[in-house]
Design a protein around this ligand. Structure first.
Ligand SMILES: NC(=O)c1ccc[n+]([C@@H]2O[C@H](COP(=O)([O-])OP(=O)(O)OC[C@H]3O[C@@H](n4cnc5c(N)ncnc54)[C@H](OP(=O)(O)O)[C@@H]3O)[C@@H](O)[C@H]2O)c1
Length: 431
């Protein structure tokens, strides 16, 4: 369809509703917070999805529609009792969805951004930020993966049966993320040898068992979340019951796809995934690699399933050990830094508990700002640095202590260790 033809069409109710649902679905909170680069990706994905649904709009038309909708939202917000007229016909129909979208957004577009003009500035003024691209898309076909997710029936996940072998912290964290999506507790089954960890799953309404085989029998996607040395034992136990219906996802650190594929039946769809501890609060960073038989749509399914656990990315298996160093272990590096920040304040005379509260809030706030603005850390750092001010003095002290080099070495050491563990043959497994 050509541009001229596209311009003639008026937006009808169904089309606008679909557009808003797509934007809502694509997680406005993460994608739209003031970053043009990410906004472009989001609108491109929305464009493809609209096209797939038979609505042919250009990306610019979608952006323009979004601006009008925001304008209507702000007008309404300014005068809720007697809403000013908007350019959107039948605005009341979209108001609820718009409120849901806008109010899930970060305070960056909060109180002071209460005019259309300001909001446009928020979206389009990050020319400087775009000079330092952060974060980079980790794969060229990143958008392609998103496409796959969005082409799937959004209700599809809700019918999936999910199993967990192992009921430890990682299984629990991932479960909480999955439940935040459209999977119901009755569609999840968890196993562990003891009841030690199972109670908290029961509290979420999830069924429990001591039988790993029962989990496999009742699940489409099976997460294997036992300690790495137990993987061979568990896989050998479940192997006779794994069929082509299953996707087996191992979260065990250092256990390679080759090991999983060697123990499980030929053609098993396997995925190796590295989560990190903040999955517990749905702020995890998860990276996965697909095995030989796992198709792109299996990866897309996993991404959509784990969407609420935090950031979910796909990459080649060689990146998983790096991810372990960067993010699995990286969490501990950040804790060490937070602890040191607090201890610095204690040294200067602040009570310990207050110092720790402020340190944790500082790490949280800095992290959210980094993620939500999409700015490069160097840019945010320079924004805090007044010439001759306190921060540059502190940063100089950190550089003298070699913080940058030692942090890089820490990621390197943890990555190498993960690689070493992966190279060790998994003792005692048989096919
Ligand atoms: N924690 C992290 O930050 C992190 C990060 C990335 C990856 N991982 C990976 O995630 C996996 C799980 O770690 P975790 O921290 O959740 O460990 P965890 O808290 O120690 O939990 C392990 C679970 O496995 C269960 N289990 C032991 N033997 C089993 C068997 N034969 N069959 C079924 N379940 C069995 C345990 O049962 P009981 O409840 O009866 O003890 C427990 O529920 C590990 O492979 C780890 O490498 C962890």
């Amino acid at each position: 369809m050509d541009e001229a033809c596209m311009k003639k069409q008026n937006w009808d109710v169904k089309e606008t509703e679909l557009f808003l649902e797509i934007l809502k679905d694509l997680d406005m909170k993460k994608c739209l917070d003031g970053r043009k680069v990410r906004n472009n990706t989001l609108f491109k994905v929305a464009h493809r999805r609209m096209t797939a649904a038979g609505y042919h709009r250009s990306v610019d038309q979608l952006k323009f529609r979004w601006k009008l909708l925001k304008s209507a939202y702000y007008k309404c917000k300014r005068s809720p009792n007697a809403p000013a007229p908007t350019k959107i016909q039948g605005w009341w129909r979209y108001e609820k969805t718009m409120v849901a979208i806008m109010e899930s957004r970060h305070p960056l577009v909060g109180p002071e951004v209460n005019s259309d003009r300001n909001d446009e500035v928020t979206e389009d003024s990050d020319v400087e930020a775009s000079m330092l691209h952060w974060p980079q898309s980790c794969r060229d076909n990143n958008t392609q993966n998103l496409d796959l997710i969005i082409k799937m029936d959004p209700e599809m996940n809700s019918h999936l049966k999910i199993g967990f072998i192992g009921a430890g912290n990682m299984a629990y964290g991932i479960t909480k993320g999955i439940l935040a999506g459209n999977i119901l507790p009755e569609n999840i089954l968890v196993s562990a040898p003891s009841v030690r960890n199972l109670g908290r799953f029961q509290e979420l309404g999830i069924s429990i068992t001591h039988s790993n085989v029962e989990v496999v029998g009742g699940s489409d996607v099976v997460f294997v979340a036992v300690k790495p040395h137990l993987i061979p034992l568990v896989l050998n136990e479940i192997s006779p019951h794994v069929t082509d219906r299953h996707i087996v996802v191992s979260v065990a650190a250092g256990v390679t796809l080759a090991t999983l594929e060697e123990i499980l039946p030929e053609n098993t769809v396997t995925i190796r995934m590295m989560p990190n501890l903040p999955c517990m609060v749905q702020e995890g960073a998860l990276l996965f690699a697909r095995g030989t038989n796992a198709k792109e749509e299996d990866g897309a399914l996993l991404r959509s399933l784990l969407h609420h656990c935090g950031l979910v990315e796909e990459g080649p298996e060689t990146w998983l050990d790096i991810h372990t160093g960067l993010s699995g272990s990286g969490v501990a590096f950040v804790y060490l830094f937070a602890e040191a920040l607090a201890e610095g304040a204690v040294k200067m005379g602040m009570p310990s508990s207050l110092a720790h509260s402020i340190a944790s809030q500082t790490v949280l706030g800095a992290g959210r700002l980094l993620r939500d603005t999409g700015k490069h850390p160097a840019q945010l750092r320079s924004e805090v640095c007044t010439p001759g001010g306190t921060t540059i003095y502190g940063l100089h002290a950190l550089e003298q202590g070699g913080v940058r080099a030692s942090t890089m070495s820490a990621v390197e050491a943890a990555t190498e260790r993960a690689r070493d563990l992966g190279r060790k043959p998994a003792a005692g497994y048989r096919k």
